[in-house]
Design a protein around this ligand. Sequence first.
Ligand SMILES: Cc1cc2nc3c(=O)[nH]c(=O)nc-3n(C[C@H](O)[C@H](O)[C@H](O)COP(=O)(O)O)c2cc1C
Length: 375
Amino acid sequence: MGLSRRQFLVRTATCAVLFGLAPGLSACNGVIRHDSRKGEAYDALLGAIGQERTDMLWYASLAPSSHNVQPWTVIIDSDRWTIGSASSRWLPAVDPENREMLLSVGAFVENLTLAGSRFGIGVRSRVIAQSPNDPELVELQLSKVSPSGYPLERLEKRMTLRGPFQSQEIEASDFSSLIDGDEGFFYFPPASLEAAWLDEATIAANRQQVKRQDVASELASWIRWSDADARQYRNGLTPESMGITGLTGWYVRNFYGRDDVLNQDFRKNTVNRVVSQVAESGGWIVVTSDNGTPSALIQAGRRFERMLLKARGLSIGIHPMSQVLEEAPWKRDVRDALKVQKSPQLLLRVGYTRDYTDPVSVRMPLDRVVSFRAG
Ligand SMILES: Cc1cc2nc3c(=O)[nH]c(=O)nc-3n(C[C@H](O)[C@H](O)[C@H](O)COP(=O)(O)O)c2cc1C
């Protein structure tokens, strides 16, 4: 599927010229979300379930997920929809208990519910999973309600932002707008002892994690270095979505592959990047849950997503940094270090920013997510 030698040379020359004349010209950028249309799968669904329900699914799929694996599945049976997860999109190395998967599915259900409310489709949900490994997790019942007026643009524009962040504290009024009455959120300003612990622990946990072969090869299998891979899989991390753009982006898209994730330089760069990221933040927001049951984790994912959807309007960037919750001993110590009564589920580096772009992470066509219950 790679470029022919001729195409490659033409493109290389074009890029070289463009970089000389006008660095950053889009001709040299990689695949981003707008490059893939909603696709044939979207059109086929339109015929089967109508515009509004199809759009609900499309908006839901814009939810965040670890490594952008998009673990969710939907089985449609008239007004009863069952949300589950696909085991081929689990992350056994970094997320052996499917904790992050359930948070991501929660975010997906929240998007689905908000988009439905806008279209006058009410969604009642009930968690049916007993175990995080159950293929079916949440049952939804759809019904007619009056439309809510929720701004769908928020769903389209939400994105993970990894910087640059200003280092000033988040205003109390902005934090309360972000959480909007939801419980289980804690904010630790940059000068606090808890933020200092999170900074240090994040660096240390990353330093430990980059040495793990299972983590490196799992990550390698979810990075879409080439444009061809990004277009084919439409999930995982692209150079653009990791913030690798410009000349470096062009270089890695054309010359990087699986093995580069496994080499020493890549691992060293990962830690160096984390060191500079934590040095530049307006503190941390921590999302907690009452316990670790599937139901509590899905609820936490829903609250997390409701908050993310308000961040852009307040010029606040949000960057989940999960390694502390993935590596021992930090995952065991985090609760005491932060002096919180509940279980931390998401550690979010936050900060004011002027640098929101349009979202770049790719999404799978809906036929890889949606199926119909055989009746
Ligand atoms: C549970 C969860 C954990 C995540 N952990 C990390 C993380 O440790 N580091 C990171 O850079 N992004 C993390 N992310 C962000 C995802 O990489 C991001 O959502 C995904 O690539 C899609 O991009 P988008 O959010 O811009 O749509 C996490 C997201 C979720 C839902």
